[in-house]
Design a protein around this ligand. Structure first.
Ligand SMILES: *Cc1c(COP(=O)(O)O)cnc(C)c1O
Length: 447
């Protein structure tokens, strides 16, 4: 079974006290040591998933893996990915800066995004990142201009909208025609003419597409490869340019609940490689170098969040709401995408799940519900709730809503736990606040 086909991190077990353990660490002890809410990442699960990608694509020599940093980005993760031989797909100055400060090899960094700023493009040029995925006409002009001013020639992909619909949430579909991302196929010729004739500081190496996220189908990847290779053949005929690289984006799904049935990495690899074989033969093309940008599938299953259970409310003849000390600010996915999760009580891991409750967050929004109608072993104040599969798009989408503090994150391995992101403090919260001079005479400022 692939890591993404299981709900829990691969090192999950229950110890003699009936407590849930991950990476050899008792979650109840982690809650005491680091406080809650707490993000916990299992290093073995992250590495296993990296190995799965490398193994599944080992038969295709020219494969590159660029972890999609937007799923979760922090310096410790950069260090792990560097050891695993992964590159990084970034979408902002902040993500590039994190990679740079972690000592990441910037030639293995790619920059994506539908509205990159001039500052971000300049930063990318100064860091000498390896690839740009250019999204639109404005960016072509800007990047060429900036590269020229710095005397550089940069390797670019053109991001295209392949016109493939996958059955995932509307907000995370990206490959369909009516999308804000990338060039429509009908606009490619104009873009390529501009690169050939005017933009001498851009070197077009390939095409990039990303069809969506939390994908369970395999056919969409087969079709995506087909659309891209057909376009590459057409470009060869029309423009006499042979593009040697294709970037297929990310999107492989993970198992949030038993209802989710994502394919294994191996299955996806076989489909992609078969489609390349079939279409290269059909179009008489050489096998391209491929790039993949997995995000969720690398870190999603590896991460869990633990919370402490506080108040609860029994609606007369209705639901029992059980509130935890976190919610939509540390995990906005349930309120944003109606995302579903599973959870257990870490200190009652062996007990029977005999009570149906709804897990409410602590934020001032009725929509702040983490899990609806889940069976748990009689949840009570002080219990430690462990929500699975929060490793991707949890911390990275977190906020300070209600002026709460972003939780800490720890990395666990072989019964050792290390802080990889410190818990925010109240001082951190106000550290960027300023009171204009004309207002400050009215209030007492304690020093
Ligand atoms: C979000 C994104 C990814 C990663 O998607 P996952 O579903 O997390 O694997 C990869 N490439 C691009 C361009 C993206 O926007």
């Amino acid at each position: 079974m692939s890591v993404n086909q299981g709900i829990k991190p691969i090192t999950t077990e229950i110890n003699e006290q009936g407590h849930l353990c991950i990476g050899g660490c008792d979650l109840v002890e982690l809650a005491e040591k680091y406080d809650t809410p707490l993000y916990i990442y299992d290093e073995d699960t992250i590495r296993s998933m990296c190995h799965e990608y490398k193994k599944a694509f080992a038969k295709y020599e020219k494969s590159n893996f660029m972890f999609a940093s937007k799923a979760f980005m922090t310096k410790a993760l950069c260090a792990i990915l560097k050891e695993e031989g992964f590159g990084l797909d970034t979408v902002s100055g902040g993500e590039m800066y994190t990679a740079y400060s972690a000592g990441f090899d910037m030639s293995h960094v790619l920059l994506n995004g539908n509205n990159k700023s001039i500052d971000e493009l300049e930063m990318a040029l100064d860091y000498n990142i390896g690839r740009y995925s250019v999204d639109n006409f404005l960016e072509l002009a800007l990047l060429d201009n900036l590269a020229k001013s710095k005397n550089k020639v940069v390797d670019i992909f053109l991001r295209i909208t392949p016109g493939i619909e996958c059955h995932t949430h509307e907000y995370i579909q990206t490959g369909h025609l009516d999308s804000k991302f990338g060039f429509d196929l009908t606009q490619l010729d104009e873009a390529i003419d501009l690169i050939k004739e005017q933009y001498n500081n851009l070197n077009l190496v390939g095409l990039h597409a990303h069809i969506g996220s939390q994908i369970f189908e395999t056919q969409v990847y087969y079709d995506e490869v087909g659309v891209i290779l057909k376009e590459i053949r057409r470009i060869k005929e029309v423009h006499n340019i042979h593009l040697e690289e294709i970037n297929l984006g990310g999107g492989l799904g993970i198992t949030y609940t038993e209802a989710d049935m994502p394919p294994s990495v191996e299955t996806i690899a076989d489909v992609i490689i078969r489609s390349i074989d079939v279409h290269c033969k059909e179009y008489n093309l050489e096998h391209p170098t491929i790039y993949l940008e997995p995000g969720r599938s690398i870190v999603g299953t590896a991460g869990v969040t633990i919370y402490t259970i506080g108040s609860s409310k029994q609606v007369p003849k209705g639901r029992r709401y059980v509130a935890v000390d976190g919610g939509m600010a540390d995990n906005p996915r349930p309120s944003m995408y109606q995302a579903k999760y599973t959870a257990v009580i870490a200190n009652k891991a062996n007990e029977e799940c005999d009570e149906e409750v709804t897990i409410a967050g602590r934020y001032c929004e009725s929509g702040d519900i983490l899990i609806r109608d889940i069976k748990l072993p009689h949840p009570e104040e002080g219990d430690i709730l462990c929500v699975f599969n929060t490793g991707a798009y949890g911390y990275s989408m977190s906020s300070n809503y209600n002026r709460t503090l972003r939780p800490a994150a720890v990395l666990v391995k072989n019964a050792q736990s290390d802080i990889i992101i410190k818990r925010e403090t109240y001082e951190d919260l106000v550290s960027d606040d300023e009171i204009p001079q004309r207002l400050s005479s009215n209030i007492m400022i304690e020093s």
